[in-house]
Design a protein around this ligand. Structure first.
Ligand code: NIG
Ligand code: FE
Length: 396
């Protein structure tokens, strides 16, 4: 068993050989070597992990789960040589999903998300962060956030929500950037905060989206409404996103493929979690983030899918792990910490989930492999033997 407690370095996953784990209801009450299992627990119901390894449920700490339509035609356009930005400039990209999302009803989006979430859970993902950002009007952003809140009820998984009204400028405000920013700050944030619809406020900081000064204004306004800053930073160009994350006290800065050395230093100093999203690099054919450089500089790195219809149309957290090792240069143990306790930190849930310790939720997976290294190396979803979500077996 790998406990993945929040101590030591990224590489320290705190394995226990011949381990036992005890839980009552949805909460872990004991972990340790089986031979030290307290007597009072010996007569309880036993689930035999059959020599498999036990790890905390995976946490996907960055997704854009709710959106209308898909964009497989853009995938093909990129194969023929068009870049992600060229496609966005000619009517594709985020704005084409905005159109499809505005045309979808809350119920349609809910049904689609519900189905996808069931499949995500089969991959051993027991907690997820979901962003709005494909509505870009008050009503459509609320619609997306409400979908996430409806998902929380029938589904036991932890769902954290992020307001990403600052994903890009909608068509109707292309020539009135400040007008859209005022709409975000004066109209959207107060209602979202009042109705408790989001935990975080995110901004896509990029030449083609929001400048650092526009992002600063939005994130600081979000803070006044109790929303913790998060950023899409330095993905396509190095534009000071990481530094802004440190300045605004962001909980995480995500993407970072083009982060500067100064940005790395600032994130380490301010203890901002870096979220590596290698599936986006895979699909957009952009360089991968060198996670090694960040870990060595003392930055905690989490790994997530960035699931969205454009740059990362896959919610396969296993693939994100494999790419983070092969291209991001994380070791397999570092990668385990990246999808468990550090991912929990990126969504402010580290007191509830992300490690196997007394008091934490009993979210765990049994893998049919000799060790976690083998799990990433073999890359076979069929190696998941059991999934437990809040103490209840949900697979098989
Ligand atoms: O995280 N970077 C901005 N947003 C998404 C892409 C969204 C899209 O292409 O629809 C991302 O990669
Ligand atoms: Fe994203």
């Amino acid at each position: 068993m790998y406990t993945c407690k929040d101590e030591g370095l990224q590489i320290d996953v705190f394995p226990i050989h011949n381990a036992a784990l005890a839980w009552v209801g949805d909460t872990i009450i004991w972990t340790g070597k089986e031979k030290y299992l307290p007597e009072r627990l010996l007569n309880d119901e036993i689930v035999d992990a059959g020599g498999g390894i036990v790890v905390p449920g995976f946490i996907d700490c960055h997704t854009h789960l709710a959106f209308g339509g898909w964009r497989s035609e853009e995938f093909e356009m990129r194969l023929k040589g068009k870049s992600y930005l060229e496609i966005a400039k000619t009517g594709g990209g985020i704005l084409s999903t905005v159109k499809a999302t505005r045309e979808s009803s809350e119920d349609e989006l809910f049904q689609k998300c519900h189905l996808i979430l069931e499949r995500i859970k089969r991959l051993g993902v027991t907690a997820i962060e979901c962003k709005s950002g494909y509505g870009l009007t008050l009503a459509d952003e609320l619609k997306l956030l409400k979908v996430y809140h409806r998902l929380k009820k029938p589904d036991l998984s932890t769902i954290k929500t992020t307001f990403l009204g600052a994903h890009t400028f909608p068509q109707e405000f292309i020539h009135d950037r400040q007008g859209y920013i005022q709409l975000l700050i004066d109209k959207m944030l107060p209602i979202i905060s009042e109705d408790n619809l989001a935990d975080f406020c995110d901004v896509f900081v990029e030449d083609s989206a929001f400048s650092t000064s526009e992002a600063r204004e939005i994130l600081n306004a979000g803070k006044k409404f109790g929303l913790i800053p998060k950023l899409h930073a330095d993905q396509l160009t190095s534009c000071g996103g990481a530094e802004l994350a440190a300045e605004t006290g962001a909980i995480s800065a995500d993407h970072l493929e083009q982060i500067s050395d100064n940005g790395i230093r600032e994130m380490a100093r301010a203890n901002v979690i870096a979220v590596n999203l290698p599936i986006a690099s895979l699909y957009t054919q952009q360089p991968y983030l060198n996670c090694r450089k960040l870990v060595d500089a003392g930055v905690k790195v989490a790994v997530a899918t960035d699931f969205n219809p454009g740059s990362a149309p896959s919610y396969d957290i296993h693939l994100a792990m494999l790419l983070s090792c092969n291209h991001g240069r994380l070791t397999t143990d570092e990668c385990l910490k990246a999808v468990t306790i550090y991912a929990a930190k990126a969504i402010a849930e580290e007191n509830e989930i992300g490690s196997l310790e007394p008091g934490k939720k009993a979210d765990f997976i049994v893998l049919d492999v000799p060790d976690f290294r083998f799990w990433i190396y073999h890359h076979n979803g069929a190696d998941i033997r059991n999934i437990f979500l809040k103490g209840t077996q949900i697979h098989p």
